[in-house]
Design a protein around this ligand. Structure first.
Ligand SMILES: [Cu+2]
Length: 165
């Protein structure tokens, strides 16, 4: 056997080993990282992600006064998935407010897609808080009661149901 033949078959062997190692790394990355992450993603219907309309709640002028009964307007909203499940709280008052769930039970206030419900910190005057509700029980409603942290007499309710169509 000549020297050239030996070195070329040697290079060929290294090439194959490199391919096998690369394949092994790819497969282990795929099974260890890519697959679990892919399975974690929640499947949400396109029409729920992009509903026909939105629900607007205004935090009206004077809401910080305990004597004023009207603050979150409307106080109770019933939203239907695919129709108006994108909810926006507009602070049109001159005082900062929050949208804070009454319940501390994470299971009760967590949407599988959007995460935990509630404004982080205050909503400044002129700003808003938005939440996309994507889940509702097969029959009945997901009822979320909320309030304003600095002004606990401000209360509201969101009821989320599946669309009847
Ligand atoms: Cu408030």
């Amino acid at each position: 056997m000549s020297t050239t033949e030996t070195s070329s078959s040697h290079a060929y062997g290294i090439g194959i080993i490199a391919v096998i190692i690369a394949l092994g790394l790819t497969i282990s990355w795929y099974t260890m990282f890519w697959l679990p992450e892919e399975n974690q993603k929640v499947f949400v219907d396109e029409h729920i992600l992009h509903p026909d309309g939105e629900t607007i709640i205004n935090i009206i002028e004077g809401s910080s006064s305990p004597e004023q009964q009207d603050n979150y307007i409307p106080k109770v909203v019933q939203v239907q998935l695919t129709i108006d499940n994108y909810v926006i709280w507009n602070n049109v008052d001159s005082t900062p407010h929050t949208v804070t769930p009454d319940s501390h039970d994470r299971d009760e206030i967590t949407d599988p897609f959007s995460g935990e419900f509630g404004s982080t910190g205050v909503i400044m005057p002129g700003e808003s808080y938005e939440f996309l509700f994507t889940d509702a029980p097969p029959n009945g409603a997901w009822v979320i009661e909320y309030h304003c942290d600095p002004h606990p007499w401000m209360v509201g309710i969101v009821e989320v149901t599946k669309s009847r169509f």
